[in-house]
Design a protein. Sequence first.
Length: 126
Amino acid sequence: MYIFLLPNAAAVATPSDSASKSKAARASFDDGNAHAVQLEAWIDAHTATLAPLKNFVLPSGGRCAAQLHVARSVCRRAEREVHPLVANNALGPDVAAYVNRLSDYLFTAARVAAKANGRPEVIWRK
């Protein structure tokens, strides 16, 4: 399982609309969406090892899986904060793409952790 941090957190901390050109250049993702593409590949690889998802899954599956679900919810919150910055051209769209893929990766990682620990996922029921 792969867990890592934002490839260049300065990309979020340095709005390109108010930074000098040199600071904005240092803060940007060097390779565009390559990190998001890598996350997507990992998501696909992990999803292939899991049962198909037909229902909503509640945060469950043991301690590790539950912590990954919490990390995902924090990442989704960050995504909601990043979106207006991208819409106003303060951040590049590659940041939004990466944060979106990261939250999906954390969800998939939680499912993998539950399976690895032999813990059932709790399915949401009306």
